[in-house]
Design a protein around this ligand. Structure first.
Ligand SMILES: [Zn+2]
Length: 138
């Protein structure tokens, strides 16, 4: 099976599993693909490398791709650490206060459980996961 990252014409992104590249093309040509979010049938591969899943460990990107990803993740992280206020475990509480106008609007980061993140999103508070990568020495 091959996993493709797909996107509809409205820009919704989702994943689909296909027996082969040909199977994907056939299904797409016959209009058999549709977006799970809006139901649109104008679906194409998102700009992303497909992943081939065979037996567990084979499903790994090449080292240079991992290195590039880690470099980007690290840059994002450093930017956040420099420019955002670390509120640690008080993150959900602070995010809520800022959202409700009870605290000064500012960029913050901190810790939250997946459950807390879900609750914040449910309340319409924009939360983004931060790529957590090991720091380089120093
Ligand atoms: Zn859609």
């Amino acid at each position: 099976m091959i996993r493709f990252a797909l996107a509809c014409s409205a820009g919704h992104e989702f994943e689909g599993w296909f027996k082969s590249n040909e199977a994907f093309d056939e299904q797409r040509a016959s209009g058999g693909l549709c977006c799970p979010i809006c139901g649109g049938t104008s679906v194409d591969k998102a700009i992303m490398a497909p992943a081939v899943a065979r037996s567990g460990a084979a499903d790994r990107p090449p080292p240079e791709v991992i290195a590039r990803f880690l470099a980007i993740a690290r840059a994002v992280r450093e930017h956040v650490e420099r420019n955002f206020e670390n509120v640690g475990p008080r993150f959900p509480e602070e995010a809520r206060k800022i959202h409700l106008g009870e605290a000064e609007p500012r960029d913050i980061y901190g810790e939250a459980t997946p459950q807390e993140v879900r609750e914040l999103l449910d309340e319409g508070i924009e939360v983004r996961p931060l790529p957590w990568v090991p720091k380089l020495d120093g």
